[in-house]
Design a protein around this ligand. Structure first.
Ligand code: NAP
Length: 417
């Protein structure tokens, strides 16, 4: 049975190209468990992989996507049975093994975890590798002896996926959270997530390069480089720092004095190869200690064909919050008179619902003109309406001679292509 997948290929010039293709189960790699994938996500790491900005995809052609959530279809391993809701973050997924940007995956049973009952597959990807990494960081702080009573905790890159999840978790656990962000416009959101104090990105300034006045007892650092050095220098006696990211750089121009004079502990976080017991613990804790309602307003939902443009937007710093991928979504707008595809709900960048509705109203109310309000083709405009399930969709399609085709059924899409 064929299914839709986003496939990454590499040219002789080593440029990476990705496109949605019809894939066969026989083309999947070996593994004990076959999963009907429902959701994946696009994280910073995915963005690095898909664009080729970092050489994370090791074999081509490959279905990228470093995480997935779905339902077990078949299992040769006694730990899983058909119908189990499962999640997979990391391991070889999307690097050497076909990943989450497809309607099917076949994977090692050792990589999979059953989801806690209270976390849906969509929730799991809204949490994603970012939320899971944030929880691994919190577990590391606890392992190092940090408690809310011991003092404040700092989160850097606070408006990002890992950072915002860490702010939310730590606040729910009773910590006084200091959020470090470079974005003024994110301050109110960070307060909603639970930040008590908000500071800028410039943590390494002044005396902080070697050792400075203690400002916090713990930190989740997604930034690395001079920022991490500054964090260590300003961590109080016996404090704990979890290092999980490198958005500023992978270097660490730091002094050893925080370790020798303040007994500071620096703990590295690895979400990719973390042992199964720790992963399992992290997902159990995410079920209880992450307020998913606070993350909900910052979830962007896209389809498979949107993944490449979203990855570029992430690397350009243009995306906010979490981006989840509905691998089964997909409607194409087909011009029935010319028998050609003229737009896709998957092919357009996300846009706020308000924009689309406003444009429809301004171009003709309930029977809008077939115009080009966004500089898109008619099909592109229709695709925006599909995405947002606009009530204006039916009359617009009718008057434009446009039909809609469900590409989640690959046999249907083959007929048109
Ligand atoms: N260790 C692991 O296993 C693991 C797992 C997942 C992710 N990561 C890493 O964690 C980091 C964050 O991932 P993410 O998914 O949260 O990324 P993200 O959503 O893109 O967030 C990164 C945040 O970093 C801040 N930032 C960006 N450029 C910066 C700069 N030059 N200096 C200081 N801050 C900057 C921004 O926050 P503000 O605007 O709020 O400052 C941005 O939102 C990445 O390096 C990623 O590779 C590691």
């Amino acid at each position: 049975m064929p299914f839709n997948a986003l496939l990454a290929t590499r040219s002789d010039q080593r440029a990476i190209t990705t496109r949605v293709v019809s894939f066969e189960e026989s083309q999947l790699m070996p593994g004990e468990v076959t999963v009907a994938v429902e959701w994946s996500s696009v994280s910073y790491r995915d963005a690095l992989a898909i664009t080729g900005a970092a050489p994370l995809i090791k074999t081509f052609p490959l279905i990228p996507g470093i995480d997935l959530a779905g339902t077990v279809e078949a299992s040769l391993d006694a730990r899983f049975e058909r119908g189990d809701k499962v999640v997979l973050n990391g391991w070889a997924l999307g690097q050497t093994h076909h990943g989450g940007y497809a309607q099917r995956a076949r994977v090692s049973a050792d990589w999979l975890l059953k989801l806690p009952a209270s976390i849906s597959t969509r929730d799991a990807m809204a949490i994603g590798t970012a939320g899971y990494t944030a929880m691994l960081s919190v577990l590391a702080l606890e392992h190092g002896g940090l408690t809310p009573e011991r003092g404040d905790v700092l989160v850097t890159g606070a408006s990002g996926g890992v950072g915002s999840s860490a702010v939310s978790i730590l606040s729910k656990l009773g910590y006084r959270v200091i959020a470090s962000t470079g974005r003024q416009e994110q301050h109110s959101r960070l307060r909603v997530l639970g930040a008590t104090e908000i500071i800028g990105r410039n943590i390494q300034s002044g005396e902080a390069r070697s050792i400075g006045a203690a400002r916090w007892m713990g930190a989740v650092d997604t930034v690395g480089s001079k920022t991490l050095a500054g964090i260590l220098a300003q961590t109080g006696y016996g404090g704990v720092v979890a290092a999980c990211g490198v958005v500023q750089g992978a270097d660490l121009p730091a002094s050893v004095l925080p370790f020798m004079q303040r007994a500071v502990t620096l703990i590295g976080i690895d979400s990719v190869n973390a042992p199964r017991a720790i992963r399992s613990r992290a997902w159990e804790r995410l079920a209880t200690d992450l307020d998913r309602a606070t993350l909900a307003p910052v979830i962007n939902e896209i389809g498979l064909a949107d993944v490449p443009s979203t990855a570029s937007a992430i690397l350009q710093g243009k995306m906010r919050g979490r981006t989840i991928v509905n691998v089964n979504s997909g409607l194409r707008a087909v011009d029935v008179r010319q028998r050609r595809i003229c737009g896709s709900a998957d092919a357009m960048p996300p846009s706020p619902v308000g924009d689309v509705e406003d444009a429809v109203v301004s171009t003709g109310g309930s029977r809008p003109e077939i115009s080009d309000p966004f500089g898109l083709s008619t099909g592109g405009f229709v695709a925006q309406l599909i995405r947002h399930q606009s009530p204006h969709l039916a009359p617009l399609c009718f008057s434009a001679g446009i039909d809609l085709l469900d590409i989640s059924d690959p046999s249907a899409s083959r007929g048109v292509f």
